[in-house]
Design a protein around this ligand. Structure first.
Ligand code: HAM
Length: 424
């Protein structure tokens, strides 16, 4: 027999019952986002490559090493989106969104692509729930967003006490420029301990050294001067206000002065949410985000302050409790026809129930009642409808309550109300 060509490494199929867990999580996310008056934004998964180079940054792991980039048939370089913020900003600018509303709140749910080393919680096609707000630079928006994100994780079923919120401030680009000098001085003095990547970045983008995954570099970076210590009065006051508002909202959080995030567009507040809950291993950062007040203008739009986050769905799923089966909707009714004539009789009756949005499965291979009941139980059906010659002759169906095992005779016209009564 011929072998099936395998699926792409790091890109998974999502099957039932696991898919129910996904649907549950996505629904909770939508409910929370809609309660905060966000609108869904759908953008293509493919963009012209310069969009990501100019927003995520040329000297970042994502752009240098992880993008799926290729020339399309017109010879233009395109990339599968590694994240959603760049596309949201492009859509904001191309649609002149600032003319339409003073504040735009967008969210998206969809696949992102990064050619990373695949492992638990780290995939090459992974899914994010993301949100972006354009037009507000207020500290209260930062606090509102972080609090919303914590709420979302709690709605997924995570224990609020197990969520760690780390915050930091990157200040304004001008402040970072001054800090850059201090970093270069520090890392130059420890040059021999840096890897090739970090040495190169010492010239091009020293801040990225702080985000290195290499343990030797991490050890050196621990002693580097901290950006938060050199921020000016304005940035400090703003950050203090964000933290005070988080306290007022009951969001426990810590400053992590080493937090820099792996994308270049950030300014001001940045944050990451981690948890040790569930089966998450080393990849325990469930969500991250921050302000990017300069990005819209740098991509050709009007100056527009903005803030956003993205949450990794696979990671959130690893963190939430219980087996996937518990998330699967149970079957309402299993139709068990005993022979071909019963199947013909049952089909339109089942069809009508389905038209009323009642979840029904019908056995298309009539057979022994015992075997059919075993299947009904496996599907966690609430009731089974058994149909044979007697039922057809009398016009009364045998309805078995699968919770109690009791059977009753129900006229065809009364079936829907009987089922609803059982489901209540
Ligand atoms: P990010 O930190 O690159 O930020 O990704 C956000 C989240 O996506 C991570 O915390 C993680 O849960 C998940 N994630 C990232 N890479 C992978 C992967 N290879 N496999 C599985 N999950 C992954 C962003 O993407 C920014 N766009 C967030 C943002 C929005 N900032 C402002 N607005």
């Amino acid at each position: 027999m011929a072998d099936v060509p395998p699926g792409v490494k790091g890109m998974n199929d999502i099957l039932a019952p696991e898919v129910s867990k996904w649907q549950f999580l996505e629904q909770q996310a939508r409910d929370v986002l809609e309660a905060f008056a966000y609108h869904e934004l759908r953008t293509p998964v493919l963009e012209y490559t310069p969009l990501f180079v100019r927003s995520v940054g040329e000297v970042t792991d994502v752009v240098e090493k992880q993008m799926y980039t290729f020339d399309d048939r017109d010879g233009r370089s395109v990339s599968l989106r590694p994240e959603g913020t760049a596309s949201a900003v492009r859509a904001y600018v191309e649609n002149a969104q600032w003319n339409k509303e003073p504040i735009t709140r967008w969210y998206y749910i969809g696949p992102m692509f990064r050619h990373e080393r695949a492992q638990r919680g780290r995939l090459r096609q992974f899914y994010q729930v993301g949100a972006e707000v354009f037009g507000s630079g207020e500290p209260s928006m930062d606090a509102e967003m972080i609090a919303m994100l914590v709420d979302m994780l709690v709605r997924f079923g995570l224990d609020g006490g197990a969520i760690e919120v780390a915050v930091n401030s990157l200040g304004e680009p001008e402040e970072r420029e001054a800090y850059r000098g201090k970093l270069v001085e520090y890392f130059s003095a420890h040059r021999e301990k840096l890897d090739d990547d970090s040495r190169r970045r010492l010239e091009t983008n020293p801040l990225r050294i702080l985000d290195s995954k290499n343990p030797d570099v991490i050890a050196v970076a621990a002693g580097a001067p901290k950006l938060i210590d050199v921020l000016n009065e304005g940035s400090r006051a703003r950050f203090a206000r964000v933290r005070a508002l988080l306290d007022a909202l009951g969001v426990k959080h810590q400053i992590d002065p080493g937090l820099v995030r792996g994308l270049d567009y950030y300014t001001g507040t940045i944050f990451e949410l981690k948890t040790k809950a569930g089966e998450l291993g080393a990849q325990n950062t469930v969500a991250g985000g921050g302000r990017y007040d300069r990005l819209v203008a740098s991509l050709g739009g009007q100056h527009t302050p903005a803030i956003g986050f993205a949450l990794g769905i696979e990671r959130a799923l690893l963190a939430i409790p219980a087996a996937a089966e518990g998330y699967e909707p149970a079957l309402a009714v299993f139709f068990a026809p005993m022979d071909a004539a019963a199947l013909d009789f049952a089909l339109p009756i089942a069809h009508r129930l389905r038209g009323k949005s009642i979840r029904v499965e019908i056995e298309h291979r009539p057979g022994k009642v015992g075997k059919m009941m075993a299947r009904a139980n496996k599907l966690r059906a609430r009731a089974a409808v058994i149909i044979g010659g007697n039922e057809i002759a009398s016009g009364k169906l045998t309805v078995k309550d699968l919770a109690t095992g009791t059977q009753s005779e129900v006229a065809v016209v009364d079936l829907e109300s009987k089922i609803r009564q059982l489901l209540d």
